[in-house]
Design a protein around this ligand. Structure first.
Ligand code: ATP
Length: 213
């Protein structure tokens, strides 16, 4: 079994998130994708609405897809949401019965050297790194942190690198969707439409709860 772990702030979850998750699931033949909303994202500068709202919106956005799931592991843990703790929790649950693939955008991966215990990530699971509008065409040479670059070798396929531990980091090209939570929050704040940028159930939830005004 191959499981994708898709961590994020999801403030709010948008169609970019769900579409890229679907594309990655298909491309890597993953059995399912687990969306993992952060309780307290250590790397975001913008203030976040409570995690319970962000979790509820992810539930609504993925409700019609049986191959998508949402985990409350970071909400339950509370405190700063460090991905290394989350990966280790999923490794404990699945032991050797599943291969784990942590999914992230290139914008997030470029900051990975600032994440808690980041060198350990590459011993703990595989990584799938997606391109994103506005973040260039950089490959592994520019993105894998210098101090651990020597632990990786090209693994044959284009954009695929193997760590000395055996796990891989794959840089993949997906359909570019220029949608971000920041833009959605700004649109709401300015009284503009967010129709088709978020799932209609998420749009309704935001309205009902009066979020991001
Ligand atoms: P914000 O605008 O508030 O920074 P965001 O739109 O980047 O939010 P996050 O919840 O931070 O959303 O994203 C979770 C993960 O999804 C990150 O790894 C991010 O790179 C990736 N991601 C988000 N939107 C896209 C997109 N449109 N295309 C590709 N990857 C994306």
């Amino acid at each position: 079994m191959k499981i994708g772990l898709f961590g994020g702030t999801f403030n709010p979850v948008h169609m970019g998130h769900v579409r890229v998750a679907e594309e990655i699931r298909e491309k890597y033949a993953l059995s399912k994708i687990v969306f993992i909303p952060a309780f307290l994202p250590p790397h975001k500068k913008a203030p976040c609405i409570p995690a319970e709202h962000r979790y509820a919106m992810v539930q609504l956005a993925i409700a019609d897809n049986p191959l998508f799931d949402v985990s409350d592991v970071e909400l339950a843990r509370r405190g700063s949401s460090y991905s290394i703790d989350t990966i280790s929790c999923f490794n404990d649950v699945y032991k050797n019965s599943a291969e784990l693939f942590f999914i992230m955008g290139i914008d997030a991966f470029k900051e990975i050297h600032t994440w808690k215990e980041y060198p350990l990530f590459f011993q703990s699971c595989h990584f799938i790194v997606m391109n994103r509008p506005g973040h260039g065409e950089q490959g592994a040479d520019e993105c894998i942190p210098q101090d651990i670059a020597g632990d990786f070798t090209p693994a044959g396929e284009e954009g695929l690198y193997r760590h000395t531990s055996g796990s891989t980091v794959g840089f993949c090209t997906i359909t570019l969707l220029d949608i971000s939570s920041t833009d959605i929050r700004n649109r709401i704040h300015e009284g503009k439409s967010i129709k088709y940028l978020v799932h209609h159930a998420v749009e309704a939830y935001i309205k009902e709860q009066g979020l991001y005004l």
